[in-house]
Design a protein around this ligand. Structure first.
Ligand code: DGL
Length: 270
């Protein structure tokens, strides 16, 4: 199907975490039109079954395709692990699809060969073993140590990301014996960049903190440029769909995107 540079970029996540990716994309590609979908009705996805995450992802893709999105960004590690292949198959040639795991794996191949690297993520991301499988395929002598950190998403979604309780819980997780002597830490959940300052403080800047939002946005820009799909004159229109109204989402979206934005309720099953 013919994609035009003026068509929007579709971005989806289980909730507000993907706003970290959306924000970086708009900073790097300020003329792009954006359609964001946060599945606030079902968040957190991190402890849902694979089939539930796949069903939510497909439903959301229908919405993004109705908007004729040229690119769909799965801005959620849990969905990237559980639903990427299915989404790609479902979307076919109607849009390009990018996940947040592959750009990170390529990044560590370039920068962290022969190193011990930590990964924190939701239960589902860690259980899926997707990162480990992809990293092992690199044959780059990278030792990946993975730890599920399920309390972090609810803390962030409840607005506690700047409260001491988040730092305390984070310290507890990062002090886990398995995570010692790492040279880099993958933030394997799009919510976690909101805790980045605590994470950097914990590691006193000696561990490379790998944030999917920057890496994915760069890969996306390269791809759009290469395929003549970068929107250079667009009006940067942004629509944010929520499957359920969330005060916290509304507040966070306003902080990330202070200019007027459209927040639209969009129940997934009605
Ligand atoms: N933001 C999602 C991720 O990147 C999942 C958070 C959740 O809903 O559990 O994994």
């Amino acid at each position: 199907m013919l994609q035009l540079s003026t068509n929007p970029i579709g971005i989806f996540d289980s909730g507000m975490g993907g706003l970290t990716v959306a924000k970086t994309i708009t900073e790097l590609m300020p003329n792009e039109n954006i359609v964001y979908f946060g599945d606030t009705a079902h968040t957190p996805w991190g402890d849902k079954s694979i089939s539930a995450i796949q069903a939510y992802s497909i439903k959301i893709c229908d919405v993004l395709l109705q908007h004729r999105c040229k690119f769909i960004v799965i801005a959620c590690h849990t969905a990237s692990a559980a639903a990427y292949e299915l989404v790609r198959e479902y979307v076919g040639n109607k849009a390009h699809v990018i996940n947040v795991i592959d750009p990170i794996v390529n990044h560590i191949r370039t920068h962290h060969t022969n190193k011990r690297i930590g990964l924190i993520g939701t239960k589902q991301t860690i259980r899926s073993n997707t990162y480990k499988k992809r990293v092992d395929m690199l044959n780059s002598n990278i030792e990946l140590i993975a730890l599920a950190t399920p309390l972090l998403v609810p803390l962030i979604e409840e607005g506690f990301s700047e409260k001491e309780v988040s730092e305390t819980i984070l310290k507890e997780y990062l002090s886990h014996p398995d995570l010692q002597n790492i040279r880099a830490l993958i933030l394997g959940c799009t919510h976690y960049p909101l805790l980045k300052s605590y994470i950097q403080k914990f590691y006193q800047n000696i561990v490379d903190i790998i944030d999917a939002s920057e890496i994915t946005a760069n890969v996306l820009k390269e791809y759009l440029t290469l395929h003549g799909l970068l929107n250079v004159n667009g009006s940067a229109k942004k629509i944010f769909y929520l499957s359920d109204y969330s005060e916290f989402f509304a507040k966070t979206a306003k902080i990330f995107f202070p200019d007027d934005i459209e927040l639209e309720p969009y129940p997934l099953w009605e």
